[in-house]
Ligand binder design. Sequence first.
Ligand SMILES: NC(=O)C1=CN([C@@H]2O[C@H](COP(=O)(O)OP(=O)(O)OC[C@H]3O[C@@H](n4cnc5c(N)ncnc54)[C@H](OP(=O)(O)O)[C@@H]3O)[C@@H](O)[C@H]2O)C=CC1
Ligand SMILES: O=C(O)C1=N[C@H](C(=O)O)C[C@H](O)C1
Length: 236
Amino acid sequence: MKIALLGYGRMGKEIEKIALQRRHEIVLKVSGEESYDISVADVAIDFSIPSAAYQNITNCFQNKVPVISGTTGWLEKYDDAIAVCKEHSGSFIYASNFSLGVNIFFELNKHLSKMMNALEDYKVSMEEIHHTKKLDAPSGTAITLAEGIIENSSKEKWQLETENSSVQQDEIPIVAKRIPDVPGTHVINYDSEVDSIEIKHTAHSRKGFALGAVVAAEWLIGKTGVYTMKDVLNIG
Ligand SMILES: NC(=O)C1=CN([C@@H]2O[C@H](COP(=O)(O)OP(=O)(O)OC[C@H]3O[C@@H](n4cnc5c(N)ncnc54)[C@H](OP(=O)(O)O)[C@@H]3O)[C@@H](O)[C@H]2O)C=CC1
Ligand SMILES: O=C(O)C1=N[C@H](C(=O)O)C[C@H](O)C1
């Protein structure tokens, strides 16, 4: 495949390594506001910044280039992007996390949430830890995990815990920690007076995210429509 990398930072570079190992070609690397011709690519992989993702993604739809996006922090425009995708019969996969392990963790989280819903003595909370260069908080993965709990319990929303925040009964508190060089850790905790249940995913590097994005790009080529990593990995 001829791949365009929209965003050539930490993830763009990791994706390049995996793509070359899998015998793909990188035909475009975009890392700023410069104009570019996306039509040279068979597929685009966007890991850019929250303020640039929508423009990058919709430009792909308008030029009929399938696009994978892992950029987080832009989802207030997700529905608009899907409308543009449908208008142009585009091809799209967005995932807050492309790693196989986290996608299994997403399913485990939903299952656990269903089981815990009736047990009022347990209080759910979440913690995510990432490197200090991360622009958004909470992480996209933490938001997806919270949505998985909300779908399967009486919780109605999530709340990022700050010094001044007070968490309501119907909210899932999320603590976001920033520690140098941490690729991404997510913990869900159910705590009662007598015990705690905790599930945790720890990324050891960015390799799993990058491999998942390249596998998703390989899978999307030749398809039209909007898909998720559940379709790609056939899990859940
Ligand atoms: N879904 C997933 O599995 C994962 C998602 N992510 C997400 O991916 C995104 C990127 O992460 P990461 O690589 O660590 O971040 P980086 O900051 O290392 O990379 C972002 C890159 O985007 C570039 N950029 C700035 N403006 C534009 C633009 N208009 N078009 C294209 N590129 C642009 C930046 O250039 P410059 O530095 O010059 O500004 C930078 O090179 C984040 O939103 C992060 O949360 C990260 C890991 C996994
Ligand atoms: O910015 C990162 O690094 C990561 N971002 C994604 C997120 O916001 O969930 C995925 C991963 O945790 C790494």
